[in-house]
Design a protein around this ligand. Structure first.
Ligand code: 6PG
Length: 260
């Protein structure tokens, strides 16, 4: 089963960040109240960074039992651990270092100077093993079920490090290395479509007018090979959290679902 996308348009980037942070607290509390450890997948990019900082500074952040949250990444730039381009480093600076997380439940992708050395295929295989190690029989596969998967989107429609027409889009493994990424840095590690499909809720975050065309295409029936953002859908919910600029090219009935 996959959900029909819904669109939420906010006036400003700040409001997108606040709405997403609030939504995340509520979602995590709901999952934990149901007795489960929550699995969340983080994304990189400027709006994600703003969400992370907004969440860190929110008084509601303490409502979550952070010891019962597993943290994953949808993709990672394959650079040294200290490189400021690393999604992990940015997320730690913006949010994770301020939370009382269980270090064993934080799952960064290996860096290019990490335990697998400068071999992105080995780092990808290592991440696949880590995902498999956390999956349970209820997950029916080698990947845990994610409660929330957040995805930024590029002006070209990429999500995670799945770029239009790139060979990684055809992968059947759960995690793969990406070489020759059209956006620097060229070497990355990414979850594949089949892994992104393991999320109950997928939240797309997009702000600014450079995203308007990609948002419209993803929501208007484009194929996932041309517009990767058209692919992932939550099994329970898919939400597009947009500011006015990113929503500007959407047909009226998508921007205002009640409108005729
Ligand atoms: C990358 C980016 C990318 C990002 C989107 C949205 O290097 O691939 O980090 O995945 O999530 O491009 O980024 P913005 O929120 O900065 O627009």
């Amino acid at each position: 089963m996959s959900s029909t996308p819904t669109v939420e348009v906010h006036r400003t980037v700040d409001e997108v960040a606040r709405a997403t942070a609030a939504r995340l607290v509520t979602r995590l509390v709901d999952v934990q109240s149901a007795g489960r450890v929550a699995n969340i997948v983080l994304t990189g990019g400027s709006i994600a960074r703003q969400v992370h900082r907004t969440l860190r500074d929110s008084p509601a952040v303490s409502a979550v039992d952070w010891k019962r949250v597993q943290v994953w990444w949808g993709d990672e730039r394959f650079v040294p651990a200290s490189d400021p381009e690393r999604n992990e480093l940015q997320a730690r600076e913006d949010l994770l270092d301020a939370l009382p997380l269980d270090p064993d439940k934080v799952h960064p992708v290996a860096a290019s100077d990490g335990s697998y050395g400068d071999d992105p295929d080995a780092a990808a295989a290592g991440y696949a093993d880590e995902l498999a190690g956390q999956s349970t029989p209820e997950d029916h596969g080698d990947v845990p079920t994610f409660d929330v998967l957040m995805l930024g989107i590029g002006p070209d429609g990429h999500v995670a490090s799945l770029f239009p027409e790139h060979p990684a889009l055809h992968e059947t493994r759960s995690v793969v290395a990406v070489r020759h990424s059209p956006k620097p840095p060229p070497t990355r590690v990414t979850l594949t479509f089949r892994t992104l499909a393991r999320a109950r809720e997928v939240w797309f975050l997009a702000t600014g007018d450079s995203k308007a065309g990609a948002v419209r295409n993803a929501l208007s029936g484009a194929g996932q090979l041309q517009v990767p953002a058209a692919g992932p859908r939550g099994t329970e919910r898919s939400v597009w959290l947009l500011d006015h600029e990113a929503a500007a090219a959407l047909p009226k009935q998508l921007r205002y679902p009640g409108a005729r």
